[in-house]
Design a binder for this molecule. Structure first.
Ligand code: NAP
Length: 246
């Protein structure tokens, strides 16, 4: 599938799913700008393909997001992928943690889609990387689940608002995926429960009926399909990429 001539923005492109997606889009011919907070991580991805450019921007900083999209100019594809997952039993979830999770996972998506829409060409594509946590509940990640459910609602509303411009807006909902974010969750379980890393990893694998983690490439492939010409009637959807978990 060719994305030649298309300009894309991917938030959180310095690692995991966002990095894989940036390389997949660039390999398909798109000019891709990745954003995140850690310049070294972004540069390590941008160095792998001449069509990948970077900008250091925090998706929760409204002024920085407004300025970034204003200087970027017109785009065809916007992917709100940046996110983070902190865990805590609900009764021990501090208000600060609640706000951190809503800030990066929901308000960051809001700012990305709002500022991205101002620059988006008709027929453009918007994608939010939500999660199966946007479709079902998991214990100990109430704030993350609330934010991801919010992303799914936002996508459904925005899809209706943009449909007459042939813009599609969809959420990708991966199950547990093999990325640094999941590795950090494994480390947390090891530290808090004394389980081995293998035990903690197999807990995540066992939630997926196929018995394995989702790969970033499987998420990227779905994003590529959503950006191609054969998905123009797919909008307002929350697409589960979870081996049948949801
Ligand atoms: P990851 O490798 O940790 O990627 C998250 C990216 O988001 C990082 O590159 C990080 O870069 C960026 N980011 C975080 N906070 C940011 C901020 N305030 N401003 C700008 N960038 C920020 O993890 P991942 O698994 O690929 O996560 C990507 C998305 O997939 C997230 O939305 C996550 O919730 C979702 N997801 C993951 C899984 C999973 O099991 N891994 C499952 C379902 C959904 P900096 O630190 O440099 O800012």
């Amino acid at each position: 599938m060719s994305l030649t001539g298309k300009r894309a923005v991917i938030t959180g492109g310095g690692s995991g799913i966002g990095a894989d997606m940036a390389l997949a889009f660039a390999s398909a011919g798109a000019e891709v700008t990745i954003i995140g907070r850690r310049e070294a991580a972004l540069k390590a991805v941008a160095d792998q393909h001449h069509c990948i450019h970077l900008a250091v921007v925090d998706v929760t900083d409204e002024a920085a997001m407004v300025a970034f999209f204003a200087q970027l100019g017109r785009v065809d594809i916007v992917v709100a992928n940046a996110g983070a997952a902190e865990s805590a039993p609900f009764a021990k979830t501090s208000f600060e943690q609640w706000q951190r999770m809503l800030n990066v996972n929901l308000s960051g998506v809001f700012l990305t889609l709002r500022e991205g829409l101002k620059q988006l060409n008709d027929g453009g594509r918007m994608i939010a990387v939500a999660s199966t946590a946007g479709l079902k509940g998991y214990a100990y990640v109430g704030a993350y689940c609330a934010a991801k459910h919010g992303v799914v609602g936002l996508v459904r509303a925005l899809a209706i608002e943009t449909a007459t411009r042939n813009i599609t807006v969809n959420a990708l909902c991966p199950g547990f995926t093999d990325t640094p974010l999941l590795a950090a969750s494994v480390d947390t379980i090891v530290a808090k429960t004394g389980q081995s890393a293998e035990q903690a990893t197999s807990h995540f694998e066992s939630t997926n009926p196929t018995g394995r983690l989702v790969t970033p490439a499987e998420v990227s492939a779905t994003a590529l399909w959503l950006c191609g010409p054969n998905s123009s009637a797919i909008t307002g959807q929350a697409i589960s990429i979870s081996g049948g978990e949801v």
